[in-house]
Design a protein around this ligand. Structure first.
Ligand SMILES: [Zn+2]
Length: 411
């Protein structure tokens, strides 16, 4: 039981952690040269001029210096593991926020005295290919997307059943527990809400927490298993499917979208997998352990497509995750639409409000896309090739669906 807790002290500096609408926008004249070189700028309808979305990336005006000191201070009694603490340099007079993260199973590859690599903790599918247990287009010859990582079981009972405990990744609150194996492809699963994102723990054999419970990093959530209502997971490939997620909608919009599409209310409500967008947990873990601030954890994510959407509407997603987008909105003026940058897997990574009236036939329009990410963006349905064989690239169904789930009208 040597999974570790990593403490990261983050400085609460100025407006760094302030949310919408007071955070300063930081997009002025930020142009990514690489983006300019390989993006396609689409002509406007008139053909007279071209438009390009302003570059509003999640940036941090007060970067937190990297820590070097390793501290061995004790941790709270809620957790029972040894610690590696990363203490970042402090500025006198500034308050601190201590962040602890914990690998969600006992065999931590991220602790200082880790006995195994991250690679050796990943469970492959029956293909045997290690990358099939990681995040991304890693399945079915690179055509099927895997939205999390699969962490293997290390301990079994005499019958070969997994006995590994599952631990909370960070301090948070239990917001959803599904105890029915047959009710989801995730099987039995637990969702925790943290300050900046959700974490999801799937295929559990059992859970030991209930909704509403406040959780500390490293606290036990249940036992690793093989539960799922999809293809049977054999005991030999028992694993924790772990996701770090953003919730597309936390109001009624997702439910409305789902009901219209499937003629029933969504099972698991707002914690249905269709309402969650996963990001690569290994990238987030690496960034947090290196002392990257939460507001910068998405800053390396490149925009695969920039879309303009019309509508006098501020979606719940923007309010919920405003801290990550470093944008401000002038509420004295109506918002007529947005320029939204999407990652290649469909996460909106920046939002720029449009205050001028938008005159366009369609409510949604592709402004630009990144050529170097085009092929994978087509595979994830962020972009689509026109069926008429003209090689025209259009907004893909994943973006349209995600915007509809947020409550935007796209037609
Ligand atoms: Zn998985």
């Amino acid at each position: 039981m040597l999974h570790c807790i990593i403490f990261i002290s983050l400085l609460l500096v100025g407006n760094l952690l302030q949310g919408f609408p007071t955070a300063k926008r930081t997009n002025e004249s930020f142009i990514d040269k690489k983006w300019v070189n390989n993006s396609h700028i689409l002509p406007t309808e008139s053909g007279k001029s071209q438009q390009k979305a302003s570059m509003c990336r999640p940036t941090d005006k007060n970067p937190i210096p990297q820590g070097t000191k390793i501290d061995k201070s004790p941790i709270s009694k809620d957790t029972k593991q040894p610690i590696d603490s990363h203490i970042l340099p402090t500025e006198s007079g500034k308050s601190q926020q201590r962040i602890s993260i914990c690998w969600p199973t006992a065999q931590s590859p991220i602790s200082k005295d880790a006995k195994q690599s991250i690679d050796s903790c990943i469970q492959a599918t029956e293909s045997g290919k290690k990358e099939s247990g990681t995040f991304g287009l890693v399945r079915q010859n690179g055509t099927k997307f895997h939205e999390g990582i699969d962490i293997k079981s290390f301990t079994k009972d005499k019958n070969g059943k997994p006995t590994d405990c599952i631990y909370a990744f960070m301090d948070g609150k239990v917001v959803y527990v599904n105890t029915s194996e047959s009710a989801s492809a995730y099987g039995r699963y637990v969702v925790l809400e943290h300050e900046y994102f959700l974490t999801l723990y799937a295929h559990l054999a059992s859970t030991s927490v209930s909704v509403g419970k406040t959780i500390k990093a490293g606290e036990k959530l249940g036992i690793l298993g093989t539960s799922s209502n999809c293809a049977k997971i054999p005991d030999t490939r028992a694993h924790l499917h772990f996701e770090i997620d953003f919730q597309i909608d936390n109001g009624p919009n997702f439910s409305t979208w789902y009901t219209k599409k499937y003629n029933s209310l969504p099972p698991h409500g707002a914690y249905n997998g269709y309402n969650l967008i996963g990001v690569d947990p290994l990238i987030i873990i690496e960034k947090l352990t290196k002392g990257t601030s939460f507001t910068n954890i998405l800053s390396d994510e490149k925009e695969a497509a920039t879309v303009q959407i019309a509508g006098n509407y501020i979606p719940p997603f923007v309010n919920k995750y405003a801290k990550l987008f470093a944008l401000s909105i002038d509420l004295s003026k109506p918002v007529h639409g947005w320029n939204i940058q999407f990652s290649w897997f469909g996460l909106p990574i920046s939002w720029t409000p449009i205050y001028n009236k938008i005159e366009q036939a369609q409510k949604i329009k592709l402004v630009s896309y990144r050529k170097s990410l085009m092929e994978q963006s087509i595979k994830t349905n962020i972009l689509e090739k026109s069926s008429k064989g003209s090689n025209e690239i259009t907004v893909g169904s994943k973006i349209v669906n995600n915007l509809n789930k947020m409550g935007f009208t796209t037609n």
